[in-house]
Structure formats: C-alpha cells, structure tokens
Design a protein around this ligand. Sequence first.
Ligand code: SF4
Length: 286
Amino acid sequence: MSPIRVLVAEKCGFCPGVRNAIHTAEEVLAQTSSQEQVYCLGPIIHNEDVVERLASAGLRTVESVDAIDSGTVLIRSHGVAPSELDRLRGRGLRIVDATCVLVKRVQQIAKQLEEEGYEVVIIGEENHPEVQGVMGCVKNVVVVAGEEDLHKLPSDGKLGIVCQTTQSPEHLGRMLGAIGQGGFRELKVINTLCKEAIKRQESATALCKKVDVMFVLGGLHSANTRRLAELCKNHNRETFHLQNWDELDKKVLIGKNVAGVTAGASTPNWVIDEFVKHLEAFDEKR
Ligand code: SF4
C-alpha cells in the first residue's frame, strides 16, 4: 500500500498552444530534407528534455535572427514582434508560425487600442518573450509587473490595458484596482488572460487545500510554472517548485499523508507520471 496518497490536479501540463508548437516542430522536421536546417527562435518551451529531444531530431535553437542565414524558422507559441518577422522575411527564410492564437489576439488588441488613441499598458513581465512580442506591435507602451511599477504610467490620459496571457485573475484584479485610483480620464480593459492557464491555476489552488504538501513541476524559467507555484504557496506553505524527482529533498515527505501534484503548461506528461510513480513508491522508512 502506498504510504503517501497522491492527488494530481485535474488540469495540468501541456496547454493547447504548447502542444501545437511541438506538433508543428515535429511535422516540419519530418517534412524537411537533411540538407535544410530548421531553427527555432528561442527554446520552443521551457523544458530541457523536450528541447534536447527536438534538437536530436534536427531543431536548432538560436537566440537571434542574426544567427540564421538560410532554411526554415519556427516561431514558438510566445510569438515575436512584427519587426522580427520582417527581418526573417528579409533574409528570405521560410517561416513556420506556431504563435498561440491567444497570444496573436493580444498582439492584435494592443495594435487596435493604439489606433483608437489609447496609451497601451501591458500588465506582465517586461522580459518575457510574449510581452516583448506584444510590445513590438505598438509604438508606445508601458509594461507594469506589479504595483511598484505604476509610477511608469503617464500622469494623465486614456489607458488601453491588456494582460500577459498567463497572469492570474487575482493579480489582474489587484492591478486594475490600483490603476483605477490613478484618476485617469478613461480606462479600456480587454481581458486577454488565457482560460487554459486559469483552469490550471484554479485546479492547483483547489488541490492545495486538500494536501499536506504540494509539488509544482516545470522549468524554473517557465513564467507560468513560477506563477502556479506562487499561487500554490499562497494556499499551502508546503509548496515546492521542482523540475523532476531527482531535485526533491526527500525529507519534505516525512510525516506527510497526502501529496498534491500539478505542472506548468510546458511540462510533458511523462515528467508528471514519473514523479507520481516515485511519490507513490516512496517509503520513508527506507
Ligand atoms: S498558456 Fe494559453 S496563451 Fe499561453 S501558449 Fe498556452 S494556450 Fe496559449
């Protein structure tokens, strides 16, 4: 009998945007001759195993357009700025665009808000590739990660607000409440949160309340996994963000009866399955 009962979040792991990007990469690699190089602009997802698997099938990850002279370029689910696409086109490269449709939507909305005369505001992380892509769609933009950034907003004017897709509804609500106190003439808010990310957050926080210890699996650089871990920590202080079973300090399992497991949108199912298998087999007496 398992000494620890393991509960897995109802919704966790790969989201449709990530699944589509990986599937597209596999298809492109299968169709491309061995002479032609296939590039991905930035890691396809924040998971080293998946990146390595696709690298061994021929996908070369580069950080800049300058590193690509010929061949095919895959645009990952985070998307890129239109100027980057233009530079790729200018080099005569074949572009395969796997930008998630929901990220494309944020890019289009930001453009539209600017055309309507709003000062575009993105609630999100300025260095995240998705946010950088959206920033590249408009001429003037302010990015605010938290309330400490609100001083960056113009002192007056009409704000057109969008949000990085993987932010939480709670954070969006807090930020809008704080911006609302700024005395702006007009605020237009378009909700650009991703429902898939919200479902993962909701099922993770629900699970947190039922378990003694909570594990959030996924890349340490993955923004959505980090957010999931922060949320879980707010509901269960015994929350640990890990990439795999080897990273777990097994001492945290001692005395625990029920463990919860969730995973970010870039975590493959096999990572979740393997972790659960080890957890179920864990015997603290050994
Ligand atoms: S988390 Fe949502 S917006 Fe981001 S890639 Fe996945 S489906 Fe698209």
